[in-house]
Write a protein that binds this ligand. Structure first.
Ligand code: NOJ
Length: 761
C-alpha cells in the first residue's frame, strides 16, 4: 500500500513538475525570446532619431488623472510617429481610430500601447487593494486581476498601472488604500498574484495586459504621510522593506515599472540612477521598461535637481526612465540632447528596445485592434459572484461583544449613517470603468433581506460624511430607539479622502460622525459599526461606545450583499489586518516589525506617574500606551481558535548549511476550532533574530496559511524556514544568514503566540 502510494506520488509529481516549470517560464519568457529580439532589432534599424524618441512619449487622452501638461493635435503627432502610448483612452472605438492612424498613416506602423489605471477591477469593481490584501488570499487576488484583465482588454487596454506595491506604514497617507499594507512579505505575495493575474500565462494572450509595479520606489514612506513628500531612508530599509515587493514583481515577470514622484535620500525616484539603473537593471536584470509617473520628469524642476525641461529630460532619461508620462519633456528635448551628445544614442536605442519588446510580447504588431463588439457595456453578471466573494473575505471583524451575527428572528433593525446608501463611495479610489449604478448598497441589500426574513428595517442618514449639521440626529436616534439592533454605516468618502492626494492630518471619523455615533450609542441599543475607510482610523473613542466593529474598506459593486451575508452569518468574517490600527494618531508610524530599542517598554501603567527611573526612562509616551489598538494580522471570526505552542524540528541548526541553501528549520503548531461554527483562520509565521550584527525587527512575517476548520477540528500546520527567510542584508547585493538566536511564533496575529527558540550556529 505504502509502495503504491509512493509510486502514485512520484507519478503525480512528474505530471505536475513540467506544468509548474513551463508555466513559470512562459510567464517570463517574453524577456528573452529570440524571435522578439530579432523583430525589435530589425525595426530599430529602420527608425530615425525622431521616431525613436516618439516611442518614449506617453500622453493622456480623455479624462485626466493628473495636472494637465499634455499636447493637442495628437492625430497629426501619431502620423509623425511621435506617440508611443496613450493613457486614459477607454472607448474602444476611439482606441481603434487612433491605432488605425498609427498602423496605416505613420511611416513605420508601430502600434500604440493603451494604458489605464485598472487598479481593482475594470467594470466589475472589487474591493480596494487594501481590502483585497486583507483576504490574505493570493489565489483570489490573482483571479480578481485576471477578471480585470479580461474586461479591460476587451476595450483595448493592454497595460494597467497596477499593482501598487508601495509599503505603507502611515495611515495619514491617502494612497495606503492602493497597496497591500505595511509588510514586505505579504506585499510580495500580493505583488506576484496581481502580476500573474494581469499578465496571464503569457503576455501575448489576447486577454493579457502588461502590469506596472509602482511607484518605484519608497513613495509610501512620504514624510508626515503627506502625498508626494520627500523620503529619506537607509539602504537597509530600502532593500529589506521597500524594494522587496518590487523584486517579487520583477521575478514574476512584470513588464513595466513606474518611477515615483518622491525624492529618495535627495534624489527623485524619476531621476534615480541607483534605484533604476543599478538595482533594477544591473542587479535584477529587468528587461521591460520604466514609465515615469504623471509629469514626474517635469517635476524634477520644482524638486530642484533640474533648472529647466531640457536638463530634466537629460536627468530623467539618463537615470533610466524610458517613457515620459505627460511631461512632454522627451518629445521637446531628447533628440536635441542626442545631437549635442549630452545623451548617447545607444541609451535611446536601449530605451526603445525595452518598449518595443513589450509591444511585441503583447502581440500588438500582429493584432493591434480591439473587437469593438466584445467591449463590456454592462456589468458582466458572470463576475458578480467573484466580486461578492472578494468583498466577503476582505471584511475584518475588529470587535464583537456577541451581537454579530445578527440573530434570526430579529424584529427591527435600524440602519444609520451616511455610508449606508452611498453607491459611489463603495467603489473606492480608482474605479476605472466602475459605475455607481452597478453598486448594491448595504441599505438596498438589507431592504431585500428584510422582505425575505420578515423584519422591519428603519433607515436614517443621520449626517453627511463630512457634515457639520446635527439636524439629522433626532431622526437617527428615533430609528435606533425602536430597533433591536443598530447598524451604523460610517467612515470616509472614497474619492476625496482616500487615494491620490487624499492625505489626512486627522484619522478620526470625519465631520460630526463621532457625535452621531455617541448619540446613537446613548440609546443603549446594541450597536455594530460597519466602517468604510481607506486607511486605519484611530478607533479608541469609537470602540468604547459600540459593541461590534466590522472594517469594510470600500467593498466594490457587491458591497451590500457581501455585508448583509456576513452581518447575518451566512458567511463568516475572515479578513485580517495588513496594517496596524493605532490607538491614537500620535503613535504613527506604528507597525509590527519595529525594532526593540535599548529601553523597551511593555505593560505601561498610564494611570499613575512612573515612581522610579526603571519605570520612567523607557521608550514610551507619558500619555499613551505603546501597543496598537488592533495589531497587524488581527481579525475575529464567529468562532474561536486555539493554538498550541510552536514546536521546532531541532534546537539548533548550522549557519553554513543555511547559507548554502541546504539547511531548513521545520516548525509546527496545532490549530483548533474551539467554537461552534465553521471558521477560516489565517495562521501566521513570525520570526525574530537576536545576536546579529544589526538590530532586527521584534517580529517579521515570513509565511501564512489560510485554513477552514469545522467546529472541534484541529489541524497541524507546518512551515519551513530557510535562507530566504533568515538572510540579512550586508552590503551591495550580499545577503547572509548570521549566527543568532531565532525565535519563531506560529500565531493568529503579530502580538500573540507561544514561541520556540532555535540557535543558528
Ligand atoms: C498619477 C498616479 O500617481 C499614478 O499612480 C497613476 O498611475 C498615474 N497618475 C496615471 O493616472
Amino acid at each position: 500500500m505504502n509502495n503504491l502510494r509512493s509510486v502514485l506520488s512520484v507519478l503525480l509529481l512528474l505530471c505536475l513538475l513540467p506544468i509548474t516549470f513551463n508555466s513559470a517560464q512562459t510567464r517570463t519568457q517574453w524577456q528573452n525570446s529570440p524571435d522578439i529580439e530579432r523583430r525589435v532589432e530589425a525595426l530599430l534599424k529602420q527608425m530615425s532619431l525622431e521616431e525613436k524618441v516618439g516611442q518614449l512619449n506617453q500622453y493622456s487622452y480623455g479624462m485626466p488623472t493628473g495636472p494637465s501638461t499634455g499636447r493637442s493635435a495628437v492625430e497629426e503627432a501619431i502620423k509623425r510617429g511621435e506617440v508611443g502610448s496613450f493613457l486614459n483612452v477607454t472607448d474602444p472605438a476611439l482606441s481603434n481610430k487612433l491605432q488605425h492612424i498609427a498602423m496605416e498613416q505613420s511611416r513605420l506602423k508601430i502600434p500604440i500601447i493603451f494604458g489605464l489605471d485598472v487598479i481593482h477591477g475594470y467594470r466589475t469593481t472589487f474591493p480596494v487593494p487594501l481590502g483585497l490584501a486583507s483576504t490574505w488570499d493570493a489565489n483570489l487576488v490573482e483571479r480578481v486581476s485576471r477578471i480585470a484583465a479580461q474586461e479591460a482588454t476587451a476595450s483595448g487596454i493592454r497595460w494597467t498601472f497596477s499593482p501598487m506595491v508601495d509599503i505603507a506604514r502611515d495611515p495619514r497617507w491617502g494612497r495606503i488604500v492602493e497597496g497591500a499594507g505595511e509588510d514586505p512579505y505579504l506585499g510580495s505575495i500580493m505583488a506576484r498574484a496581481y502580476v500573474r493575474g494581469y499578465q496571464g500565462e503569457t503576455l501575448g494572450g489576447s486577454q493579457s495586459m502588461a502590469a506596472c509595479a509602482k511607484h518605484y520606489v519608497a513613495y509610501g514612506a512620504a514624510e508626515g504621510g503627506r502625498d508626494y513628500n520627500s523620503v529619506d531612508m537607509s539602504e537597509r530599509q530600502l532593500r529589506e522593506v521597500y524594494l522587496t515587493p518590487f523584486r517579487a514583481a520583477v521575478n514574476a515577470g512584470v513588464a513595466t515599472l513606474m518611477s515615483s514622484f518622491n525624492t529618495i535620500n535627495g534624489v527623485p525616484g524619476s531621476a534615480n540612477d541607483f534605484t533604476l539603473n543599478q538595482v533594477l537593471r544591473r542587479e535584477w536584470n529587468f528587461r521591460g521598461f520604466v514609465v515615469s509617473d504623471w509629469g514626474a520628469v517635469g517635476e524634477l524642476i520644482p524638486h530642484g535637481v533640474a533648472n529647466d525641461l531640457a536638463s530634466a529630460t537629460r536627468k530623467g532619461f539618463l537615470a533610466g526612465v524610458d517613457m515620459d508620462m505627460e511631461s512632454n519633456a522627451y518629445f521637446k528635448h531628447l533628440a536635441n540632447a542626442v545631437k549635442t551628445r549630452e545623451v548617447p544614442q545607444s541609451a535611446v536605442d536601449e530605451a526603445v528596445r525595452r518598449i518595443l519588446r513589450v509591444k511585441f510580447a503583447l502581440g500588438l504588431f500582429d493584432k493591434p485592434y480591439v473587437d469593438e463588439k466584445n467591449a463590456i457595456a454592462t456589468l458582466p453578471s458572470a463576475n458578480v459572484a467573484a466580486a461578492r466573494e472578494a468583498a466577503e473575505k476582505s471584511f475584518v471583524l475588529l470587535k464583537n461583544e456577541a451581537i454579530l451575527p445578527i440573530r434570526s428572528g430579529v424584529r427591527t433593525v435600524a440602519l444609520i449613517g451616511p455610508l449606508a446608501d452611498s453607491r459611489a463611495d463603495m467603489l473606492g479610489a480608482w474605479s476605472a470603468q466602475g459605475k455607481a449604478d452597478d453598486v448594491i448598497t448595504l441599505r438596498a441589500a438589507l431592504e431585500a433581506r428584510s422582505k425575505r426574513d420578515g423584519f422591519k428595517l428603519v433607515y436614517a442618514k443621520g449626517t453627511e460624511i463630512r457634515g457639520t449639521s446635527d439636524s439629522g440626529f433626532a431622526e437617527a436616534t428615533a430609528a435606533a430607539s425602536q430597533a433591536d439592533v443598530v447598524l451604523l454605516a460610517l467612515g470616509e468618502d472614497s474619492s476625496w479622502m482616500t487615494g491620490e492626494a487624499g492625505s489626512r492630518a486627522f484619522i478620526d471619523l470625519p465631520g460630526n460622525q463621532q457625535q452621531l455615533l455617541e448619540r446613537v450609542a446613548a440609546t443603549g441599543k446594541p450597536t455594530a459599526l460597519v466602517l468604510f475607510s481607506g486607511r486605519p482610523l484611530a478607533l479608541t473613542q469609537v470602540s468604547s461606545k459600540v459593541q461590534a466593529i466590522v472594517e469594510a474598506w470600500a467593498p466594490g459593486v457587491q458591497a451590500g450583499p457581501a455585508l448583509e451575508r456576513v452581518l447575518f452569518g451566512d458567511a463568516s468574517p475572515s479578513g485580517r489586518l495588513t496594517v496596524t490600527f493605532p490607538r491614537s494618531l500620535g503613535q504613527v508610524p506604528i507597525f509590527h516589525s519595529m525594532l526593540n530599542t535599548g529601553r523597551p517598554a511593555v505593560g505601561l501603567d498610564l494611570t499613575r506617574p512612573p515612581t522610579n527611573g526603571n519605570e520612567k526612562f523607557k521608550s514610551r509616551y507619558v500619555d499613551e500606551q505603546n501597543v496598537p489598538l488592533y495589531p497587524f494580522g488581527f481579525g475575529l471570526t464567529y468562532t474561536s481558535f486555539e493554538y498550541s505552542a510552536t514546536q521546532s524540528s531541532a534546537q539548533q541548526t548550522s549557519v553554513v548549511e543555511l547559507n548554502a541553501g541546504r539547511g531548513q528549520v521545520r516548525v509546527t503548531a496545532d490549530v483548533k476550532n474551539t467554537g461552534s461554527r465553521v471558521g477560516e483562520e489565517v495562521v501566521q509565521l513570525y520570526i525574530g533574530l537576536r545576536g546579529t550584527s544589526v538590530a532586527r525587527p521584534v517580529r517579521e512575517l515570513k509565511g501564512f496559511q489560510r485554513l477552514s476548520l469545522q467546529p472541534g477540528e484541529s489541524r497541524r500546520v507546518e512551515f519551513t524556514i530557510g535562507r530566504d527567510e533568515l538572510a540579512i542584508w550586508q552590503s551591495g547585493t550580499t545577503y547572509k544568514v548570521e549566527p543568532a538566536e531565532l525565535t519563531i511564533w506560529i500565531a493568529p496575529n503579530a502580538e500573540s503566540g507561544t514561541p520556540t527558540k532555535i540557535m543558528l550556529k
